[in-house]
Design a protein around this ligand. Sequence first.
Ligand SMILES: [Zn+2]
Length: 119
Amino acid sequence: MNDTKKPYKRNLKGQVFGMLTVIMDTKKVKNKGEQIWLCKCGCTHLIEVPTNALIGGKRISCGCEHKRTGKDKQNKRFKFSDEYLEWRDIVHRYRLKDEPIPGIYKTFIKYLEHIKGEK
Ligand SMILES: [Zn+2]
């Protein structure tokens, strides 16, 4: 694996790793400059995964696989990103009020693109 040494910018968008499909670059980076990707799991959960975990095969699902096989007890539970929790909260409030959800909140991706675009 000689291509894992260089932290050059990759584009993993659209690639599939196990149950995860890479949706977009979160524009976040880990300490060493490793990119973090927003991935969608086969079970519809969205998670953020750093490049090396994806290409190294460390992350192939959001953790739901372990639950199904009953090995989940020892595993740390997946933590949602702040943005995702924010979005879930907003959508939840609209649903409580029985109001239509505005376009930018319709999907998490749209919301994410919206807040990324603002900064
Ligand atoms: Zn999953």
